[in-house]
Write a protein that binds this ligand. Sequence first.
Ligand code: CS2
Length: 441
Amino acid sequence: MTRLSRASLPGVRGVRTPPYDLAGVQVGIVHLGVGAFHRAHQAVYTDAVLAADPTWGISGFTQRSATVRDQLAPQDGLYTVLERGAGAAPPRVIGALREIRAPDEDGGPAARIADPRVRLVTLTVTEKGYRPGAPAVGHLVAGLDLRRRADAGPISVLSCDNLTANGATLRTLVAAHCAGLPDADRLLDWITESVAFPSCVVDRIVPATAPADLDAVASVLGARDEGAVVAEPFSQWVIEDSFAAGRPAWDATFTDDVAPYEAAKLRLLNATHSLLAYTGALAGYDTIAAAMTDPVLADAARRLMAEDAAPTLTLPAGFDLVGYQESILRRFADPALGHRTTQVAADGSLKLPIRLLGTARDRLAAGATPQWTALAVAAWMVYVATRQPVDDPQAAVLAAATAGATTAPALVDALLPVFPDRLGPSWRDLLIEHAARLLRQ
Ligand code: CS2
């Protein structure tokens, strides 16, 4: 079977193809971390603007592994987005990724960021990518430095990861990284004047693509597409509208302050996702949707949102908080996606402080008992102790800490220090209570 590419595109049937001339697209965005999520989210929004404004094509860089480059380079960056679930749209071939490279190719991201036609850097490097010393920040700073020296003009840097205040967080990391460089002061001054770090909230469930998905796409296209991605029909992007050098006219929600949307998304959706991932995996469910068929877990998911997280949120006028929670449960329950509990369970040591511990802190401070949040964190602890080796950048630390911790108090005391904040004795007691019950089960 032929491979999807520019040459084979005219023969591809049954899908929407880019409604613009691929050869006429110029690169205006450098993206760091071209995983499935970028391809199913930001690249789709960008694809939709290229007919009207072809100056926002994307030059994508993979992170550590070059797998995505190897999938997409032979396809001239083209790939299919296959929606699955209630209300799925027909498959669509995306042409926004006009270049795809590994970070060690052709001068890497830095050379590309210094190109005056580039006006935006976007990132999806996951929670791991924001640890001090992570490569993406180094590439970004090298690029900004080169851009300053080349006098290539202002630029915006848009983090698209699930972090609290992702723009400000990235700005702080960039500044810390600059401090170690010879020309630090000048670079920092230039960044203050010429670089914007808007925050944004991204939302779309994108499971890892499975071989069967690629076969399904091939049978629709009549061509092999090794870079296809699967996504739920729902997609949302809320963006702080403060860019330094323009931005694409994405079909997103632009606002002055993304913080309320961000707290709602992290504390309702992502927190509940983690709860279902750990309790679901412990109960033997392979997917999030399978976990949602268990009435006990579905009830815990609902109550984590309604009883623990919702009371901590301050939302914009008109925000339908109840409707939002219901839509999250519906999305999780859709069996078409096959989103694996183990995928969501990865990197818990970094995700939990962002998704769950803020709610715990706020509820404890209000004199309340965050039962469901404690269940989620205790389930992570039992998961870590019983599923080794876990997929987490701190896997070795977690394994060493939990070695021989067979009782609930020992386990909780072994793992609480992994988080930046231990939240006090009543939180510890709550975790022990839940961990004890989960260990008995
Ligand atoms: C998930 C997220 O893997 C995870 O940790 O909670 O990737 C989630 O699917 C997205 O944030 C949805 O927008």
